[in-house]
Design a binder for this molecule. Sequence first.
Ligand SMILES: [Mg+2]
Length: 393
Amino acid sequence: MKVVFLDRDGTLIAEPPDKQIDSLDKLELIPGVVAGLRPLVEAGFELVMVTNQDGLGTKSFPRESFEMPQQKLLRLLEGEGIRFNSIFVCPHRPADQCNCRKPKTGMITEFLARNRIDLANSFVIGDRETDVEFAKNLGCRSVRLLTGEEASNADYAATSFRDACRFVLRGNRSGSLRRKANETTIDIRINLDGTGTYNVHTGIGFFDHMLTQLSKHSLIDMDISVKGDLDVDEHHTVEDTGLALGSAILQALDDKKGIERYGFLLPARLPDRHAGRGAVLQKLFGGRTDWHVGVPMDESLAKVALDIGGRPYLSFEGRFERERVGELPTELVEDFFRAFADGLRANLHISVEGRNDHHKIEAIFKSVARALKQAVSLDGRAPDILPTTKGTL
Ligand SMILES: [Mg+2]
């Protein structure tokens, strides 16, 4: 079975300043707990509460004053269809040096032995770094609820409880691909829910620079290693990388449920409520409805629209004056994005204007990155819905 191990204080219920929830009036649910946990239960996760309660059963924290809010919490959640498979409480203090206090796993040793737990697909959700360590000790993944900018080693740092549960539901949306052909050997690992960290080596300096822009501005972590037949020319390396990268992203999207699907650049200078309203744009910008929609780079401007809808198509409008920028032949920019659209099975429209070819290419990559960030993001209002009327994407 797959399990979500849940911390209690600071995770399910608010932690009061004195850190001790010993009366009913201190009981306060964290927002999103019910809405977040219900889909996890429906998806077949077992819920297990694991909590440290310092000095429980002593004079300063009698068991009765713990049980009252605890039982109330359980009844409240049960009324919403949320039940815990098991509950484990460590009553010790750090000085007791017990074997059960998180991040140690002594409390659930027997539970682990009794049940067949699919640890690779199980998670810990908690608000402390000790919860993250607890997950590491168990060998499952960790989600930490952050309230500010704290650093964390968690697999995922969530900004809200619902966000945390959404991550658990999706798993880590990652893809990896190894593609070995006569001309190229490609290793790609990507994480859609990343932070835009990258490690890119294709042997073509300027191309590496562009791929890092794609990662940075889409927030998709990318690990790309390519060994191509550069002694012939750059074509295979660039095209095969595009195809493999698109395929890895498609793989990470899994069934595509809940994704935004479309990516485009909203008018930067208009409030959101005007987004997509052609008539308003017409009025405000005197008929020029397009100039502000795109990524500028000095005198260059790239415009991109993307639909990850299962129908590969590339429209590319733009001309380059130079044959190469750095070691990258400029004609391969279009070829890269055609292959990328094929791999991702996406409809990608790109147009670019400008004077400097370096600027034009960089504006395109950044623009595609922004559109991609939008299209692969999860729509919080429709986490389990496929954004199409056709039933398949
Ligand atoms: Mg806690």
